[in-house]
Design a protein around this ligand. Structure first.
Ligand SMILES: *Cc1c(COP(=O)(O)O)cnc(C)c1O
Length: 386
């Protein structure tokens, strides 16, 4: 990804910033499109992974829909030209204005996470004399075996409608006049590397949908959510996740009924590998066990390591000297502001360019102004600069 010509160009830009490889992004999206089209599956891109204009425009060009988790994201998707009939809206805490916005826009579905939410959507739709499409987000109690902060499909999590509420939700649904039941929605977690979890999900979906059909509620749409992981350890070796295997698994195990549609909401797997956080070394300081490489990017630019103990591969693009061990840390006044402990890097000095890889998802979009820092800028491989 980073040849010496590119490194020279990156070197001239004020750090820290995000660099997006649009060629890799196009390769990734083509792969998603090709593999999902095989089965006529519909993919909605999860905006929360990265909502940059350029990236959203590309998602739209490829024909993907938008998976939103706030009214602000619904608004952004509409502004960027997504067809409202390809916008879905999930989230446990939708405010009234967000529900109104979705109804006014005529979005494809509210993914409803609780009985009280279902009743409020019905009430608001009624006042507007409209019918709102709803899919029920069910908590399938499937363990995605991922970090507990990004697991969402267990009964202890706040997401979705739990097993014990199913009878009640059907009773409520059958009484309401301003909502139309269109299907079932699931999302069990993120950064899932072991496809067994998706297999378990499919089996749960097979039996849950039978139950709904027995209650005379036909789920026209089965939305399996997102969650496919990426190889953070080897971004060079595995730049594009194995979408072929991913979609084939659903084709193999899901038991579809005539007329049913299968939807996905992928975020991370579509954008993570195409983004890199570029930073420079400010100081190298001796520590007790290792040296500290203090860089100018911090948790305000990329919070994943601090928030979820997430691993990102760190590379020194400027040096090819023999390796030494470094704690790579940011400038922010928090001990968790660290990108890696005792990692091997070629001998590192002030001014060296540091690349923090696989940062295209949940990176820039989570940036904050903590310590009153500026938000990181973004550059794209097809900018004139490159
Ligand atoms: C975050 C989220 C996604 C996308 O998850 P990834 O792990 O990034 O693929 C999909 N659906 C819902 C409801 C989400 O909250």
């Amino acid at each position: 990804m980073f040849d010496s010509k590119l490194i020279k160009k990156l070197d001239r830009i004020d750090t820290p910033f995000y660099y997006y490889d649009l060629e890799l992004l196009r390769d990734t999206l083509s792969e998603v499109k090709q593999e999902s089209d095989k089965y006529n599956y519909k993919v909605h891109y999860a905006l929360k992974a990265n909502a940059n204009d350029r990236i959203l425009r590309m998602m739209n060009e490829y024909g993907f829909g938008a998976d939103c988790v706030s009214g602000y994201e619904v608004r952004r998707a509409l502004e960027k030209g997504f067809d409202p009939r390809k916008i879905v809206f999930a989230g446990v805490g939708k405010a009234d204005w967000e529900i109104e916005l979705g109804i006014e826009a005529g979005i494809a579905a509210f993914n409803v996470e609780s009985i009280p939410e279902l009743e409020i959507i019905d009430e608001i739709a009624g006042k507007k004399r409209k019918i709102a499409n709803v899919a029920l987000r069910l908590n399938p109690n499937v363990n995605a075996n991922t970090h507990h902060y990004i697991t969402t499909g267990l009964e202890e999590n706040k997401f979705g409608i739990n097993q014990w509420d199913l009878e009640k939700v059907v009773d409520v649904l059958l009484k309401l006049n301003n909502v139309r039941f269109i299907g079932l929605h699931f999302h069990i977690g993120s950064q899932i590397m072991n496809l067994e979890a998706f297999k378990d999900l499919c089996l749960r979906v097979n039996s849950l949908q039978e139950w709904f059909v027995s209650k005379r509620l036909f789920p026209k749409v089965l939305n399996l959510g997102g969650g496919l992981g990426v190889d953070y350890e080897n971004p060079e070796k595995n730049p594009v996740p194995d979408f072929k295997k991913f979609f084939a698994l659903f084709d193999e195990i899901l038991e579809l009924k005539p007329g049913q549609e299968v939807h996905f909401e992928l975020g991370r797997s579509m954008v993570a590998q195409s983004g890199t956080l570029i930073s420079k070394v400010l100081y190298v300081k001796e520590g007790v066990h290792t040296k500290f490489a203090i860089i100018d990017a911090g948790m305000s630019d990329l919070i994943r390591p601090a928030l979820y103990q997430a691993y990102h591969k760190v590379e020194n693009l400027s040096s090819d000297l023999p390796e030494e061990k470094y704690d790579v840390v940011g400038p922010i006044c928090e001990s968790s502001d660290s990108f890696g402990k005792a990692i091997n890097l070629p001998k590192t000095g002030r001014g060296d360019i540091i690349a923090i890889r696989s940062a295209g998802a949940y990176g820039e979009v989570m940036a904050s102004r903590y310590n009153l820092r500026r938000l990181p800028l973004a550059y794209y491989s097809d900018d004139d600069l490159f």
